[in-house]
Design a protein around this ligand. Structure first.
Ligand code: ATP
Ligand code: MG
Length: 782
């Protein structure tokens, strides 16, 4: 109908409208950040459904992260309602898992395959390399893993890798690659790169399968096309096809959008060649350019334009907006990372107090995941609600990985890496020697490790001593029991509970005196909660579409494992602190994440932190022009996430590997014209630095905790690993502080200066405390 048609196009500019309504030939939309590429993609889907008679089931949309996929599904269901469910909207990896589970039989696999993440992959490669007598000093597993991954991204299989190997490293890599693939297949497992490569293989080797999907998916749309690698490009091409099939199925319609300046995954083989050569790859292709930015203020765009213009070999384009200059960028030079975090927390609080931003409007970006800790600490202390996107770390914890390994073995008994991980966890008397004997038996008989374990139970592994055999029997019986439970259809959370109980894993942690073990118990409780919620939320999902054979039942163990496995490094998964809006009020929570994760997103208020040479740009990139260019694109991505307000901050010293490091300002700061930035605090003149000599700081630090600084109560010793201030703090009456132990306080008296500075601070309920201000004071000024 005419009315709806008009609605869908009304708030688009002419170029966007052209992209949305374009029909037929392959379409590439290239444009800078915030120019509406994703809007075009989403709107195009709605237009296809409303105006061009497409069914949701004919649409496949690919995004770069699960978070982006969720956002897109949400945006589309706002437009078309529940019908959105029949579309495939996902990341490349999720899409491939779905494809491979459905078509597992064709490839001679079983559909319950495990998905190995980079940690599993490294473990397996370590085992393989050891068995092949490869010197781990010369060729560490990490190096081998990177090379194998690169080969897979280029769609080079082990055999061709061996054929092409020109030096010792390449020969070793090819050798490991071949054996690694054999073991993966024995374990009924695939790594991340396999997901893409095997999907390509599926479509190339089985034309009827390819034709089936081409008939089904008449529209393929890809966001963030600049970050596709060769394998992903090939997958797209195989899906849509470039000419009619023998039985006359025309190529599907393809629409990809991207921005070469935002290519930030070269380290995973992404290549902007895919954008640059689009017109060559797809005959008759059409390219549409978008220029106007609708996201940010002109000030923010000017900063972004200036930074990215330093990159060589790029097509010049300048972002512009008609929404005005807006506010200046706010800059802050902190003494150290704690001071930086305190400034940011204070600023967020002030914005919220003044009603200028809700917590949910604010994002804090850092270059690498480990930088989040300082923010988390201060946010927790101040009671500022936040979430860390990229729940990877939760799933990287040892106890969580142990439990997931159990679940994976329950779902796929052949999963060798997981099986060997839990073989003696908790300790049950199956030592390294016994494991080696079983592994050797498996090798000799060319059977899986699981089959070898079962041989051990049957007494068919001669070198095994009886005690180990008995322990193995116990273990196999334990697994059998758990597998039965799963087959009876128990919920994931209940299976987890059974594992924790029957293995004695929880009891062991609970009996331990180590405080770390207490937090392990908490994490396991969290994991059970995650599983419980996973099943509950699945109950609300529509049933899977009928031809989705092999796809795990929503809420099932397999579905749970799939969800957890597909958390890429730069990606997110709901963790217990993930669901903001229900528990928090409308104000929501502040988002913390790496710049990589932030791609494609936007926030009214953005804090870009740690802009120091050696941090951002990353140490690795200094002196490496290609890597530096990628870091600069990353800086461009960071800046262009901001809609209204942008903050840039850096710390003069920052601890790295337990040592304070002094870093110069990021060169990217220098690339931003000075008149765009309002520096709230600049680097203090070194002659009047409040530091004192580092030596004095250490000496006084010890003294101050000797007891002589204490008047009203004793000061606890500095936490061993915690967060400390190693420099003197300048405090005036009325200043607000936050102390590790006493919480928030107000300075009521301040005396002396330099190494003798003290302050009396009113911590409210915790009373008044007089503190020395130099040394390891676990406190920050707010
Ligand atoms: P990125 O490169 O960061 O992924 P993008 O090109 O995908 O950015 P979008 O996220 O689609 O840009 O759009 C940026 C913002 O501008 C969004 O808030 C979007 O709703 C808005 N926007 C896009 N086009 C228009 C338009 N024609 N009128 C008003 N707002 C628009
Ligand atoms: Mg986008």
């Amino acid at each position: 109908p005419k009315g709806r048609h008009a609605d869908l196009l009304a708030d688009l500019n002419p170029a966007q409208r052209e992209a949305v309504t374009h029909a037929g030939a392959p379409l590439l939309v290239v444009a800078g950040a915030g120019s509406g590429k994703t809007r075009v993609l989403t709107r195009r889907i709605a237009y296809l459904l409303a105006e061009r008679g497409a069914h949701p089931g004919q649409i496949m949309a690919i995004t770069f992260t699960n978070k982006a996929a969720a956002e897109m599904r949400e945006r589309v269901s706002e437009l078309v309602g529940r019908r959105a469910n029949a579309m495939w909207v996902s990341t490349f990896h999720s899409m491939c898992v779905r494809l491979l589970r459905r078509e597992a039989k064709t490839l001679g696999m079983s559909s319950n395959f495990s998905i190995y993440d980079s940690d599993d992959t490294k473990r397996l490669i370590t085992l393989v390399a050891r068995d092949l007598d490869i010197d781990p000093k010369r060729y560490p597993a990490r190096t081998l893993a990177i090379h194998i991954s690169n080969l897979k991204n280029e769609l080079v299989d082990a055999e061709s890798a061996a054929g092409k190997a020109g030096n010792d490293l390449e020969r070793r890599v090819a050798e490991v690659y071949a054996e690694y693939q054999r073991r993966l297949s024995l374990a009924n497992a695939m790594d991340f790169d396999d997901l893409i490569m095997r999907s390509v293989e599926l479509l190339q080797v089985f034309p009827d399968v390819a034709e089936h999907y081409r008939r089904r998916f008449r529209h393929v749309l890809v966001d963030e096309y600049q970050d596709t690698n060769h394998a992903q490009y090939t997958l797209v091409r195989e899906l849509v096809g470039t000419e009619p099939t023998e039985s006359g199925v025309e190529p599907a319609e393809l629409c990809v959008v991207g921005d070469a300046d935002q290519s930030i995954y070269a380290f995973r083989g992404a290549t902007i060649r895919n954008i640059e050569e689009f017109e060559r790859d797809f005959p008759n292709a059409r390219t549409i350019l978008l220029e106007q930015n609708y996201r940010s203020t002109q000030t923010i765009l000017n900063a972004a334009n200036e930074v990215i213009s330093r990159n060589p070999n790029r097509r010049a384009k300048r972002l512009w907006t008609d929404s005005g200059d807006g506010e200046k960028i706010a800059g802050y030079v902190a003494d150290n990372e704690h001071d930086e975090a305190a400034f940011i927390a204070g600023e967020i609080d002030a914005l919220a107090d003044r009603g200028e931003a809700h917590y949910s409007d604010v994002a804090v970006f850092y270059r690498t995941n480990n930088q989040s800790r300082v923010f988390e600490e201060i946010f927790i202390r101040l009671g500022l609600p936040y979430k860390v996107v990229g729940g990877v770390r939760f799933y990287e914890r040892r106890e969580v990985r142990d439990m997931l390994a159990y679940l994976r073995v329950i779902a796929n008994p052949e999963d060798t890496v997981s099986l060997r991980r839990i073989l003696n966890v908790p300790k049950r008397g199956i030592g390294d020697r016994a494991e080696a004997v079983v592994a050797t038996h498996a090798e000799r008989e060319r059977i899986s490790f699981n089959a070898a374990l079962r041989d051990a139970v049957a007494g068919k592994v001669p070198l095994l001593n009886p005690r180990s055999a008995k322990a193995i029997t116990g273990f196999v019986e334990l697994l059998n029991g758990l597998q039965e439970l799963a087959e009876e259809g128990a919920e994931v959370a209940d299976i987890l509970e059974a594992v924790l109980e029957r293995t004695g894993y929880r009891a062991e942690l609970e009996e331990s005196d180590d405080p770390q073990d207490a937090s392990r118990v908490e994490n396991l409780t969290e994991l059970v909660t995650v599983a419980r919620e996973f099943t509950e939320s699945a109950a609300e999902l529509p049933p899977p579409d009928e031809d989705d054979a092999g796809v795990p039942e929503p809420g099932s163990l397999a579905a749970f494992l799939e969800r957890v496995s597909l958390v890429a490094d730069a990606d997110s998964i709901p963790t217990p602190d993930g669901e903001e809006d229900e528990e928090e009020d409308d104000a929501g929570v502040v988002t913390l994440m790496t710049v990589h994760t932030a791609k494609g997103l936007e926030y009214p208020v953005v804090f870009c932190t740690g802009w120091e040479d050696g941090v951002f740009p990353h140490m690795r990139a200094l002196g490496e022009p290609a890597e530096l260019a990628e870091e600069r694109r990353l800086a461009y991505v960071a800046i262009t996430r901001a809609r209204k307000r942008l903050y840039l901050s850096r710390a003069i010293t920052r601890s790295a590997w337990g040592q304070p490091m002094t870093n110069p300002a990021s060169r990217f700061i220098d690339e931003i014209p000075v008149d765009l930035v309002d520096w709230r605090r600049e680097e203090p003149d070194s002659s009047q630095s409040s530091y004192g000599s580092p030596r004095a700081a250490t000496t006084w630090g010890r003294r101050s905790f000797g007891g002589d600084s204490v008047q009203t109560r004793s000061i606890p010793p500095a936490p061993k690993k915690g967060w400390q201030n190693t420099i003197a703090m300048k405090l005036d009456v009325g200043d607000k502080v936050s102390h590790d132990k006493y919480g928030l306080g107000t300075v009521v008296e301040s005396q002396g200066d330099g190494p003798r500075a003290t302050a009396t601070i009113d911590f409210g309920a915790a009373g008044k405390v007089k503190l020395m201000l130099i040394g390891s004071v676990p406190m920050v000024k707010l």
